[in-house]
Design a protein. Structure first.
Length: 364
């Protein structure tokens, strides 16, 4: 008997070739989709722990190369990192909770016929999606409300979001009206219906609103840039943004000086020196004629080349040390020249120190 039942059920449960092919393609599609979603994060991680030279050259694509942790050590050593991380977590949690509650309540109220001038207020909120006063009026408003350099400037402007309210209102309208009518017949008020009946049924759409709000709060750094001057209220994203900009500015400054360092032969010729050959030959010729250490000249050239082409992050102390060495060589060169040639050399070297002063002005 059992054998007959098995023989009768098995053909019905057996998959056709078309279903098997569909399942294979379905699995392959989602595997590719999952890879596309995950790979960017994997790429960032392996590049962050790989050799900076290999990463800058685009050689790190699948596996890390020259694993090190210096990048993370430099980031974790940033001043104010712990405080900024706390600010970002706090604004994300508080902002998301308040945004979800406000969106849920307003979305529910805009479906209630008894709400005073419901259609007017709904249209009034929706129209703000299409018009914006601009950055300057927004800043003046926050300043007049004493919200600049205030933690709540992260929270209050983001609580009421028209897009989120529209999502919630549309969802509530799909809930059978008979549920609310039955509750009203039992004596339930508007708030009781919202908290005990409608709100629990909003979980799917409120999860969507919560994700939108949390991602927006966590990624935002423009509000810190505009409203904050107190470093204790900086968000984590703004601290990292500032760190990256400073590193890029230092690298650009040293790259600019590298361009001047590569023109050693031209500067020496303008100063009346006879130089030729490779960079080593030029450095030795300059050293002989000006009584300057050729090794120091070569070291400066190598240091500038490394900063310009290695792709590594240039630290402030490295820049200061580089320019101190430049000053030493410059004074040595000028001290060994007669007065007439000294002025010619000063004019030749003026462009190098103009770059230095200009770079300092930008970084400050």
């Amino acid at each position: 008997m059992a054998k007959k039942i098995k023989q009768g059920i098995a053909p019905a449960m057996r998959r056709t070739k078309g279903e098997e092919v569909y399942n294979v393609f379905n699995i392959l599609f989602f595997l590719v989709f999952a890879f596309i979603c995950v790979y960017p994060f994997y790429y960032l991680i392996i590049n962050s722990i790989s050799s900076n030279n290999a990463s800058a050259a685009g050689q790190v694509n699948w596996w890390p190369q020259g694993i090190h942790w210096e990048n993370y050590k430099q980031v974790f050593a940033l001043s104010g990192l712990t405080t900024s991380a706390f600010i970002s977590v706090a604004r994300t949690v508080i902002g998301t909770v308040l945004t979800v509650i406000a969106s849920a309540f307003l979305g529910f109220m805009f479906t209630q016929e008894k709400m005073w001038h419901r259609k007017f207020w709904y249209r009034f909120i929706v129209i703000t999606m299409y018009f914006n006063a601009g950055l300057i009026p927004m800043f003046i408003t926050m300043k007049n409300l004493h919200l600049t350099n205030n933690f709540w400037v992260y929270i209050l402007p983001a609580i009421v979001q028209p897009f989120n309210i529209i999502l919630v209102k549309t969802f509530v309208e799909s809930i059978p009206a008979s549920l609310q009518e039955a509750a009203e017949m039992d004596g339930a008020g508007t708030l009781t219906i919202f908290w005990k009946i409608v709100l629990p049924m909003m979980a799917p759409i409120l999860a969507t609103v919560g994700i939108f709000s949390a991602v927006g709060q966590w990624n935002s750094f423009q509000d810190t840039l505009i409203y904050m001057t107190d470093s204790k209220l900086y968000s984590l994203q703004y601290v990292l943004y500032t760190y990256i900009n400073q590193a890029n500015a230092l690298a650009a400054s040293v790259r600019a000086s590298a361009g001047s360092a590569m023109n050693v032969a031209a500067l020496a010729t303008q100063s009346g020196l006879d130089v030729d050959g490779t960079r080593r030959d030029q450095a030795q010729a300059i050293g002989r004629q000006l009584n300057v250490d050729a090794v120091s000249l070569l070291a400066l050239g190598k240091e500038a080349d490394y900063a310009a082409f290695s792709g590594d992050t240039v630290q402030e102390e490295h820049v200061q040390r580089y320019w101190r060495n430049i000053d030493v060589v410059r004074r040595s060169i000028l001290g060994s020249l007669p007065p007439a040639r000294k002025w010619r050399a000063r004019l030749s070297l003026a462009d190098v120190f103009h770059i230095r002063r200009h770079g300092k002005g930008r970084s400050s």
